[in-house]
Design a protein around this ligand. Sequence first.
Ligand code: SF4
Length: 457
Amino acid sequence: MKQISVLKEREKQIFEKGSTGPFEMSCEKKSLAGAVSQRACVFCGSRVVLYPIANALHLIHGPIGCASYTWDIRGALSSGPQLHRMSFSTDLSETDIIYGGEKKLEAALVELIGQYRPKAAFIYCTCIVGIIGDDVDAVCKKVEGLTGIPVIPVHSEGFKGTKKDGYKAACDALFNLIRRPPAPVPLPRSINILGEFNIGGETWIIKRYYEAMGVRVVSVITGDGRVDEVTRAAGASLNVVQCSGSVTHLAKMMEKEYGIPYIRVSYFGIEDTSDALYQVASFFKESPDILEKTRCLVQKEVQKVLPFLDIVKKDLAGRKAALYVGGAFKAFSLIKALKTIGMDVVLAGSQTGTAEDYEILRQMCAPGTVILDDANPLELAKYVMEKDADLFIGGVKERPIAYKLGIGFCDHNHERKIPLAGFEGMINFAKEVHETVTSPVWDLVPRRALTTDKKDR
Ligand code: SF4
């Protein structure tokens, strides 16, 4: 088998399944300096988790660039308020860096809370705030006293670690909100949906399934989120965690404090969506009607999806896909979903996977698949070309790599506007993959045109 070439410093983070040597992924560590990682920063990690809470004020304490970088960063829809889509910033400048930004932060908070009347405020700490040492907790406490709404610091100061540390900071901020009075009222047959961000309306699809099963959704953290719903979350019987990398920390804290168990699920692909719904139904085994309703729902929905998948499979069978995603849990679902439409995975990587995640990936992937952690654009481009992929699945930073190489692209990250979750999401996914992979435009790209010419001769 051909061995892929790897930079020495990255040797422990890139593997080709089936190559010689042990598979020991060195992950969950800071990015290699100068490698231009595809990862986002700590602050961005916390911002993406909290962003969909639509009736909260989100104030970024830092230079204006941090705010513009994450402005309207997700395709997370709200059925009501749109305050989350604003990107407020204290716009720290040189003078503030020298003399401190606490006064500016207090003034901005008082002004914004007076003007927009949010139900709570999240204050994001950025790189420079960690360096100059502003006492953001003290300012939040003071403004909370003045305004009477929860004013919550998000400790996502820069240089503190990886994007995953930003997720943790967001979870701590959410827990701060959940723990506030009044005490939770336990609700039977109820769940919280964690790690679902309502991209293109996905939360609404998932909520519909649970309603049809007779399960009550207390809160969604944080898709189409509201402050009041988050504060009621401790009353649920079960936490159903989707984006495990981002919110498992919160689920664990809630389990410890309130005794609420959690399960890990995915709503991507027919296999994993069905499994998620059945897992929840099994949890409420004292209510057999839930399981019966789940069976009916899954059967009905799968029957709607399968005929379309059979059509696209004819064109996609044997085509090759590369995928690079935030959390590895999403990669598992993608591999299964691609298999459903006949495609082979030749590259699978993530920004924040754990050693256990990569071991599962290794088991799921076919020999010859490149498996990598915390990649950079050069590595991705190189392996996509070496493996001759027809499709790249990723986010906004992977899209230009795919288009420059002249292959199809499917956005599976938070910027997209189309729902890919649930059974109807699988139809959207298959449709998008089919359209992009079979587009005749790729035959005109020089790299591909050469290959096509050679094949024709
Ligand atoms: S927090 Fe730091 S790394 Fe993140 S956008 Fe701001 S300056 Fe850049």
